[in-house]
Unconditional design. Sequence first.
Length: 280
Amino acid sequence: SILSAFIPSTQPSPNPSPSTNPSPTPSSAPITFSPEAARKGLADYLYQILDQKFQSDPEFAADYRDFKLDDLTENIASWADRTYEGHETSGRTQIRPKRAPFYSISELHMIYPIDDKLYELFAPALTVSPTPGLNVNQMKDTTLKAMIPQITKKEVDEFFKFRDSEEDDNQFKSGDDFFKYLQENISNFKSHPDDFKKFKDDLAGRSIRIITDETNFRIVVQAQVNQAAKILEALVTLGELKPKEENSASSPNSPSPAASPTPDGTKPDPGLKITYMRIL
């Protein structure tokens, strides 16, 4: 979220409501990126996670009362963004900033002032892979509370009880469904409409999109022969498969359309894009 190259290039407009004379699908709107807003958004997000921990664990709060979140966000930006002109804060580490995007969340261990306890706190709430947005059908309570600091514990419990109901399909079908739920069930948003508008504007300003279907996956394959083992790890993005064209001249012995080249000699798009792969 702090690197412009990894945010979606456009923000899809809402789909038009069904009608007898549907209008053309609205075109996508461009997303503007502000590095300062992105870094502030990351700092606010980490602060909410830290504050939740402080409130629930007095011993942790006492141990980390002098922790400076600004040092961490400065060093994260210096590590990942070669264009960042901020200052790297001094500390126990002698590791020079990478000045390139994260490839593994484990790199947090090399950034001052992260230690094992802070890593265990922050790592589960972060990802280093590009994503199309925040999947509200998959997010955990830590993320929800970090998004909406005003939310109460009872409202958090009710949110997940509703979303994960075993009796009804309450999975959100669109971002609008998610926002409608918040507006109708979060007391602060019901009594302060301006806060709800600010919340939505803040997400848009930080280029955080709300999604309801997952298109990015991490695939891990392990092969082992006797004592030798290899692991293949890949991050993939699902695309939209185009419908196959019917061919009246095809026969049972003809090659399948997926294997046949297109008229220009290229292979058809399989609908899967590998964004990162490594063999260990």
